[in-house]
Design a protein around this ligand. Structure first.
Ligand code: ZN
Length: 265
């Protein structure tokens, strides 16, 4: 059984400030280690439940965060960005039985995490069919496109609630709660233990229950913080300027939506 895991850092227990997510900052190492520990625990749980091969997409910033030697030997680690429109799900295809998303965070505009954003910090909001879109939603639809169920998510409590609203049977571990510019976190070792157990149960029971729904049509609306971004990106084929800071794009084809997002976010 092949399992795909996409890993971010802003939804790892403890992570509260951008300095803790950026390679060049002194605060980063502790959180890179915690991201690695949470991903390794999810892999161990999945292997115990029957996964024979796990592809891990490092999906934060440079995509060169995870400490490879601390992951199980069955892991294939996808580092860097190939440029494929699947973005944080790069290399996912129909051959996988299940997807897990680790260290995920609430989307742009959400108060549930001080580090809330969607793909980049340059937007006020990203909406798909009038819903605020998190990276989880964008990537869950990618899973819907290739018909691979999303069985497990970890991150802030707001994101876990959102994931359960989309996929009621999804397994989740909320490792923290955001309050304004602060976070309330569970202990790093407790997070690791709960993630190992949660991943085991999700892989054991989740795949038949957790297919992500894929809409037939996508109305995408992106509001940027800076009007110059909106103007420039409005020239993407099929996009249009709604107002000075907002562009719109519409398609029935989710791959076309991903291609658009890859270029304008
Ligand atoms: Zn990130």
């Amino acid at each position: 059984m092949k399992v795909f895991l996409s890993a971010d850092i802003e939804g790892v227990t403890g992570a509260t400030h951008w300095d803790e997510t950026e390679k060049s900052k002194a605060d980063y190492d502790e959180f890179r280690e915690q991201m690695t520990a949470e991903v390794a625990a999810a892999c161990e749980g999945a292997i115990e439940a029957g996964a024979s091969e796990i592809w891990v997409k490092d999906a934060h910033d440079s995509a060169r965060n995870l400490i490879a030697a601390r992951l199980p030997q069955t892991v294939r680690l996808v580092r860097g960005w190939s440029g494929h429109p699947f973005l944080m799900m790069d290399r996912l295809d129909e051959s996988f039985a299940a997807v897990m998303m680790l260290g995920y965070h609430s989307g742009a505009g959400s108060p549930a995490n001080p580090l809330s954003h969607t793909m980049t910090g340059s937007t006020v909001s990203v909406k798909i069919n009038e819903h605020f879109a998190s990276e989880f939603l964008i990537n869950a639809y990618t899973c819907g496109l290739v018909k691979v169920p999303v069985v497990f998510v970890t991150g802030d409590a707001g994101l876990c609630d959102e994931a359960r609203a989309l996929i009621p049977a999804i397994g989740s571990v909320a490792v923290k709660q955001g309050v304004g510019n602060a976070t309330i976190n569970i202990h790093p070792e407790l997070a690791v233990d709960e993630i190992r157990r949660g991943a085991y149960l999700a892989i054991k029971e989740g795949p038949v229950l957790c297919q992500a729904p894929l809409p037939g049509n996508f109305q995408v609306e992106i509001q940027y913080k800076n009007h110059t971004k909106a103007y420039g990106n409005s020239f993407f084929p099929g996009a249009r300027l709604k107002d000075a800071t907002t562009i719109q794009f519409e398609s029935d084809d989710y791959f076309a939506v991903l291609t658009f997002l890859g270029f304008v976010l």
